[in-house]
Ligand binder design. Structure first.
Ligand code: 5GP
Length: 126
């Protein structure tokens, strides 16, 4: 069920629990600013989620309220993960879903990193 991205941050969301180590994940990368792990229901041969270490509901919340150092660290972490996964030369896709029209289901900002095959159209034709 898509979430309302204007609601306050919920510290019990699933990615907050993963960041705190309360539930397991298949971790790909971690630094002071971000953690990356495989999506539990992959939609491409490579489907990794990158989440910032901070209480931000969405891209909207993060871009408006996160400190510059965290924004820079998060963006660098996303690029680092893609390079480490060997995705730069063949190419890859980044996606952030925001709110109801975006189809966001987990209320902690995350970027989807897709790769491993040609990814087709950005949005499925209706
Ligand atoms: P959204 O629609 O919010 O952009 O995407 C949420 C993503 O989180 C989905 O692709 C879903 O498969 C993934 N996901 C949901 N719960 C878990 C979980 O417990 N662990 C992992 N690794 N991924 C999850």
């Amino acid at each position: 069920m898509p979430i309302d991205p204007t609601l306050p941050y919920d510290r019990d969301n699933i990615f907050a629990k993963i960041l705190r180590g309360e539930i397991p994940c298949s971790k790909v990368y971690e630094d002071d600013f971000a953690m990356a792990f495989h999506d539990i229901a992959p939609q491409a041969p490579v489907h990794v989620l990158v989440v910032p270490k901070g209480d931000y509901v969405s891209w909207d919340d993060f871009s408006a309220h996160a400190p510059d150092a965290l924004i820079a660290g998060f963006v660098r972490a996303v690029g680092h993960v893609a390079r480490e996964l060997g995705l730069v030369e063949p190419g890859y896709r980044l996606l952030a879903n925001i709110g109801v029209h975006g189809g966001q289901e987990v209320p902690h900002l995350h970027v989807h990193l897709f790769g491993g095959q040609p990814l087709g159209r950005m949005i499925v034709a209706r």
